[in-house]
Design a protein around this ligand. Structure first.
Ligand code: 13P
Length: 253
């Protein structure tokens, strides 16, 4: 058994029309999810309401892919945390490298984290290095700096239930996966960082890996001691494939 309940999240990114997304959600709902894993899908904002109608009453949970750092108000084109909270959606991905690439700084992400905590939303907070940082062997210090700058000064009692997702940018959508050992090495350092801030949360909080996860590599990554789940992009868009990945999170005694 894993120490923490495996958390497997499909990040649909900017994929599928609403109709296609609803059909994908229906196909996922037909698959039984073991109580030993937490299975989550993160469709685009436009899909959240209709997909929620499909999955409500099933084991599948939902996450938003981002949210504004601002309170509800005059911010054309943005989506407020209150809107996500109002749909009773528990999770929100923050700091995804694709959003960071559009200009989201560590400082802005701190504001988003604070806003999510204030609303009782649980962030799935993404960190990860690009290829040049990886090749220089600076992954750990880069990732810990991202954590320190966005989360380090937020009181740890607010962190309860949040998740961390280590996603090396060079492994996203490229077919290159970090080795299970690399994923473990970084997850262990993230856990050490959390532990130094708050020993209890260091044991409790879940750390995910993301980057070219497929059904054939999911298990070996999930077997790593400090990796408690997966954030899956491309492979979460096919119901059967994603069902297999969720199944890889079931560890019997
Ligand atoms: P891929 O699984 O398509 O590499 O995407 C990973 C990711 O960015 C999940 O958030």
């Amino acid at each position: 058994m894993k120490k923490r309940i495996p958390f497997i999240c499909g990040n649909w990114k900017m994929n599928t029309t609403v109709e296609e997304g609803v059909n994908l959600a229906k196909a996922l709902k037909e698959q039984t999810v073991s109580e030993e894993v937490e299975a989550v899908i993160a469709p685009s904002f436009l899909h959240l309401y209709p997909v929620k109608e499909v999955v409500d009453g099933s084991s599948w949970k939902l996450s938003a892919q981002d949210m504004s750092s601002e309170e509800m108000g005059a911010h054309t084109g943005e989506v407020a945390g209150e809107m996500i909270q109002g749909l009773e959606i528990p999770y929100v991905i923050l700091g995804h490298s694709e959003a960071r690439g559009r200009g989201q700084s560590n400082e802005l992400l701190k504001k988003k984290l604070e806003r999510a905590f204030a609303l009782g939303l649980k962030p799935i907070f993404c960190i990860g290095e690009d290829e040049s940082v990886y090749e220089e062997g600076e992954t750990i210090s880069f990732v810990l700096n991202q954590l320190e700058e966005s989360l380090g000064s937020i009181p740890t009692e607010k962190w309860k239930g949040m998740l961390f997702a280590y996603e090396p940018i060079w492994a996203i959508g490229t077919g290159k996966t970090a080795s299970a050992e690399d994923a473990q090495k970084v997850a262990k350092e993230i856990r050490r960082w959390i532990h130094e801030k708050n020993g209890k949360l260091g044991e409790e909080l879940r750390i995910l890996y993301g980057g070219s996860v497929k059904s054939d590599n999911a298990r070996s990554i999930l077997e790593q001691e400090d990796v408690d789940g997966l954030l899956v992009g491309g492979a979460s868009l096919k119901a059967e494939e994603f069902g297999k990945i969720v199944g890889a999170g079931v560890f019997h005694e």
